[in-house]
Design a protein around this ligand. Structure first.
Ligand SMILES: [Zn+2]
Length: 262
């Protein structure tokens, strides 16, 4: 599933190859049955305009211009964005294709069809309507600390998109592993120092993964991402990796160095 770093990689692709070009047309791709796409009238209003800005909030991408409208893309389970020239042909599973004047094209690909595209006038209003919290790479330490409260497990709090937007299952586990906090720990029982550690850790982790274009093999060897298997040896201590469900999501952690507080 595309997580924040993959989505950031797609946003960078759009920014590098699809801005400030006049849009000739936007059309549905192939086999769009059961894919949520804007209707033809909504797409027509982009013709003759240019995308001049991109924005990512959590796992949502917005591409548009200051005066709007914007395309809002959500990648679902398998979505991605390609920017290419017409001679290369549309990629497989292209569900929406933007044609710019000249040869440049941009496609939203989605093999499994859980993603969607909507037209919105104002990204901030849409983020509020969706009930999303601050973006994980933008929230500050104090704002984060205030949101990690209550009796629920810290793992569930990190995944709650209304608290902090963009931390998915993989990087929630990685953050807890790297800070030595057990996923079952009650959010409200964390010390101030632990909240500050968590904030620093997920910021550094998400940025590191984005900076290697989400090629996980390039991430440091001790990371949990390379050992998400029960019984695997821990990369940070002599312990072994365990697995259990927390808040309905499978969590991997080291029972030795991730201390249970409550
Ligand atoms: Zn360990």
């Amino acid at each position: 599933m595309p997580e924040l770093p993959e989505v950031e990689t797609f946003r960078r692709r759009i920014e590098a190859g699809a801005l400030n070009r006049t849009i000739a047309g936007i059309r549905p791709g192939n086999d769009t049955c059961h894919v949520e796409l804007p209707d033809a009238a909504a797409l027509t209003q982009f013709e003759g305009h240019q995308f001049t800005q991109t924005r990512r909030h959590g796992k949502y991408i917005f591409v548009g211009s200051a005066s709007g409208p914007w395309l809002n893309l959500h990648m679902g389970m398998s979505g991605s964005v390609r920017v290419y020239d017409v001679a290369e042909g549309d990629p497989d599973y292209a569900r929406l294709v933007v044609s710019f004047e000249g040869d440049r094209r941009m496609a939203f690909r989605d093999p499994r069809k859980f993603g969607w595209i909507r037209v919105v006038e104002d990204p901030d209003a849409e983020i509020a309507r969706l009930g999303l919290g601050p973006d994980a790479l933008e929230i500050d330490a104090a704002g984060f600390a205030d949101r990690m409260e209550g009796r629920g497990a810290i793992k569930s709090a990190l995944l709650d998109q209304a608290k902090v937007c963009g931390i998915g299952n993989l990087w929630a586990d990685e953050t807890l592993y790297q800070t030595g906090i057990h996923p079952d720990t009650r959010a409200g029982d964390l010390s101030e120092a632990q909240r500050a550690d968590l904030h620093r850790a997920f910021g550094r982790i998400l940025k590191s993964v984005s900076d290697v274009d989400a090629h996980y093999a390039d991430l440091p060897d001790p990371w949990l991402i390379h050992r998400r298997k029960a019984g695997h040896e821990c990369g940070r201590c002599e312990g072994t990796i365990a697995s259990r469900k927390v808040g309905g999501r499978t969590s991997f952690f080291c029972a030795d160095h991730q201390d249970r507080v409550s």
